[in-house]
Design a binder for this molecule. Structure first.
Ligand code: ZN
Length: 422
């Protein structure tokens, strides 16, 4: 994905005839007269902003626990504990990007995640379908979105303090969705049908004649979509196919060159491993390690307690399902980092786990991690600190399974639950 939002187009899959057939069926179900002659049909692509982000949620609640004493002497006692839950959840939404037009749905919902799309270009536009101009800039939509998420925190009443919801790392793209806009005027009545041109379903039936659909008068927003690229899954050096297992980083099995599919990661010098002697039981888990700058060090040091001497913030590069666990693991491995002896990896083998989190996402997780640690439970939210690492590196650390846990094989000090890694 480019930095500038890219644009996609959903091709229409129904014909004018099918659209009309479905309108008539809709009218028949309602007991209304069917469409006659003199239909006015417009085919258009309506733009939506699709936003993917991460929601940071803080929920304050009172935990009640009934403690039973010896029945002969005491009644049960209810113990109340204040609890603050912090969680991260993926967030996706679509918002209208064109001017308001009566009958056009305000969102395309979850379909934005699974519909087949092609890049938005003149060649990909179908005959007689015209894209509507863009009326809302990404900046404008971002402001709406922030307001919306701030109000999300108030939906669930906090038992104490204040609940908060914050949006992290919003990424936008434009999706042009195809519609048939059909107008008919039986007698003096006005009818507008908006038909979803993917399923052929009648999305809306408007009977009040709109004052005007303002798209003809509004000034379109100037926008140049980000360039989409297709990167072949091959070694850039010798051209051999890379392993099928998905990862951001490979070492070519043929020429031993590092192949980095994460174009924002600065690890051309190589990746490191903390392994000392190979043990067949070990699994090598990847971690991003970021340098903490001098001026941020005084802000960040308290997070790790007084003994922290590492100067690096380490974030897992594999998926950890639970945010709490991710924070605990980050803390421990950051503190352990100075005691790990790192050497360059020459070749991967089956023990190396794939890199499933790219450096950008890891940096975002670092921001959220800091935000969470600075958060005053139940109190005012901490000031947002943007982490500005001096450098990034990727290293692998050996862990071995011990009953329900993975335990690090060097210090025997860092553990995490086995079921947490996906
Ligand atoms: Zn190669």
């Amino acid at each position: 994905m480019p930095d500038v939002p890219p644009a996609f187009l959903v091709p229409a899959r129904t014909t004018k005839r099918e659209a009309r057939f479905n309108i008539d069926r809709h009218l028949k179900e309602k007991g209304l007269p069917l469409t006659g002659s003199g239909l006015h049909i417009k085919r258009l692509y309506y733009p939506y902003w699709k936003i993917d982000a991460v929601l940071f949620k803080v929920r304050n609640r009172i935990d009640e626990r009934v403690v039973s004493y010896d029945k002969n002497y005491n009644d049960d006692v209810v113990v109340e504990n204040e609890k603050t839950d912090v969680s991260l959840t993926p967030y996706m939404t679509t918002l209208p990007a064109g001017t308001e037009m009566a009958g056009i749905p305000a969102t395309i919902g979850l379909r934005a995640d699974y519909l087949k799309m092609v890049p938005f270009s003149t060649e990909n536009q179908q005959d007689e379908f015209d894209p509507l101009p863009l009326a809302k800039s990404w900046e404008e939509v971002r402001r709406t979105l922030n307001k919306r998420t701030n109000s999300l925190g108030n939906i669930v009443q906090a038992d104490f303090g204040k609940n908060r919801t914050e949006l992290f790392h919003p990424k936008a793209s434009l999706v042009y969705f195809p519609y048939f806009v059909v107008e008919s005027y039986p007698g003096k009545d006005y009818n507008r049908f908006v038909v979803d041109a993917v399923t052929g379903r009648v999305a809306s039936h408007v009977t009040d004649r709109p004052q005007s659909d303002s798209f003809e008068y509004s000034e379109p927003v100037d926008y140049q979509p980000g360039q989409l690229l297709v990167i072949p899954h091959r070694c850039g050096n010798c051209g051999v196919d890379l392993p099928e297992e998905q990862s951001y980083i490979y070492i070519c099995e043929n020429c031993r060159q590092l192949a980095v599919l994460d174009n924002r990661a600065d690890i051309s010098a190589g990746v490191y491993t903390a392994e000392t002697e190979a043990s067949p039981n070990d699994l090598l888990f990847p971690f991003w390690s970021f340098g903490i700058s001098q001026d941020q060090s005084s802000q960040l040091r308290p997070i790790f307690g007084g003994l922290f001497s590492s100067g690096r913030l380490v974030i897992p590069a594999f998926r950890v399902q639970n945010f709490d666990a991710l924070c605990r693991l980050s803390k421990r491995i950051s503190a352990a980092h100075p005691r790990l002896q790192l050497s360059l990896v020459e070749q991967f083998d089956a023990r190396y786990k794939p890199v499933a989190v790219c450096s950008d996402e890891a940096r975002m997780l670092a921001d959220v991690f800091i935000h969470r640690e600075k958060y005053q439970p139940g109190g005012a939210p901490a000031e947002l600190i943007t982490f500005r690492p001096t450098d990034s590196a990727l290293f692998y650390a050996p862990f071995h399974p011990e009953s329900y846990f993975y335990v690090d094989s060097i210090l025997n000090a860092v553990t995490f639950e086995r079921k947490l890694s996906v």
